[in-house]
Write a protein of this length. Structure first.
Length: 404
């Protein structure tokens, strides 16, 4: 059924507005309900057809803003203060993930490319989930964020270079990402120079009250600049969006007000549209055969194992078994990048159409499973701590009464 674009906008906007309240009642991440809402109104059930390309455009813009936020979320001060051993653990976790993913691809009778696909995580799910639980600035949240960043963007680089090698072999094509990193380095030094010599002018970007909203304008200009550089370098634009946010995080330490303004613009409307649009694109009819479901179940099992087992290395960083397991469960979340990788793999002939559908179903399941389990474990642990804190206060009050 075709819906007029005006009513379609109303329908999607109402979903974006009321789903967060419903997610609180159901104790589920809002991302989960947004995707399920998309499944309800999309190809799988109601099959509503929205006129024009406005929804896909706004959803793509929401995804870029989500990646920009992911770059801003990284606390580089905490990253710099990490022990060398901690960074080594992060790198080892990613290396083991790739190793296990390659083994899983071999056991499934597939090639190197599926190993790269299974190595992905979804920053687009990790960031909102950490934000919803209030864990984004905690040691657990920062380690989960760094692990997801390494997984997504090192895998993205690996896929990019694998495709370059597949098309052209080893050669000058491997220099394509160079303009993006050169632009990042130049802008970083330029902004740091301006912040040093003109602190009052640069400080206006972070001002709480600014009728012109210069900080928001500058941030969006930076986002689109890096997206353009990525496109010119024939790279995925999500990489440029992330680097733009990371640049702001490096330069501005006190950026709370700017983050709040961008969150209102992004998480308030555009980011939910992205998740709703993902749900709308999934067609459940393509994966209902017994053989396809069995294969997807095997794929899901491997997808969980290759993430959870390496994250147990966080035990050596001082985390408990529960926290290490919880990071691993959150890392199983896969969505946008794995769908992009599946589409690219089909285009280049690395996987079949049926395999692509299985990967999309895997993404739908893990994007529901990972955040939900993380939130449940995290809230359970927080409740235990609160209870312990209450008991300690009662005990302390008892001792005070005795001394009086």
């Amino acid at each position: 059924m075709v819906i007029h674009s005006a009513w379609a906008l109303v329908l999607v906007s109402l979903g974006a507005a009321f789903l967060p309240s419903l997610s609180v009642r159901l104790r589920l991440p809002s991302v989960v309900l947004e995707i399920l809402f998309g499944v309800l109104i999309g190809k799988s059930l109601l099959n509503l057809q929205f006129g024009g390309e406005w929804l896909s455009f706004l959803a793509h813009l929401g995804f870029l803003l989500l990646m920009f936020h992911a770059g801003m979320e990284i606390n580089f001060q905490m990253l710099r203060s990490q022990r060398a051993g901690m960074f080594g653990i992060q790198v080892t976790v990613f290396a083991l993930t790739v190793l296990f993913s390659m083994a899983a691809a071999f056991l499934l009778g597939q090639g190197f490319y599926l190993g790269l696909v299974l190595s992905t995580t979804s920053l687009g799910l990790v960031v909102p989930t950490l934000k919803d639980t209030g864990a984004s600035q905690s040691p657990l949240g920062q380690n989960a964020l760094i692990a997801a960043t390494l997984a997504d963007f090192l895998t993205l680089f690996a896929i990019t270079f694998f495709l370059l090698w597949h098309e052209k072999g080893f050669g000058r094509e491997f220099l394509r990402p160079l303009p993006l990193f050169v632009g990042f380095g130049i802008l970083l030094k330029l902004i740091q120079f301006l912040a040093w010599w003109y602190p009052e002018k640069v400080g206006r970007l972070l001002a709480d009250r600014d009728s012109h909203e210069l900080g928001v304008r500058f941030s969006l200009a930076l986002l689109f600049l890096f997206v353009a550089l990525s496109e010119l370098a024939h790279l995925e634009p999500v990489l440029g969006a992330f680097l733009g946010g990371a640049l702001l995080s490096i330069v501005f330490r006190e950026k709370t007000q700017l983050e709040l303004k961008l969150s209102g613009f992004g998480y308030g409307f555009l980011v939910p549209l992205f998740f709703i649009h993902v749900g709308m694109q999934f067609d459940v009819a393509n994966v209902l055969s017994a053989g396809q479901l069995l294969f997807t179940a095997k794929l899901l099992g491997f997808a969980i194992v290759v993430k959870v087992l390496p994250c147990l290395l966080f035990l050596f960083a001082g985390f408990s078994w529960l926290k290490s397991l919880n990071i691993g469960l959150l890392m199983t979340s896969r969505l946008s990048l794995i769908i992009v990788a599946a589409t690219i793999g089909l285009e280049f002939g690395f996987i079949t159409e049926a395999f692509k559908d299985a990967i999309i179903l895997l993404a739908i399941i893990t994007c529901l499973l990972g955040p939900s389990l993380f939130k449940a474990f995290y809230k359970s642990e927080a409740a235990t701590k609160d209870y312990g804190g209450i008991e300690k206060r009662k005990l302390s009050a008892g001792w005070m009464r005795q001394w009086k």
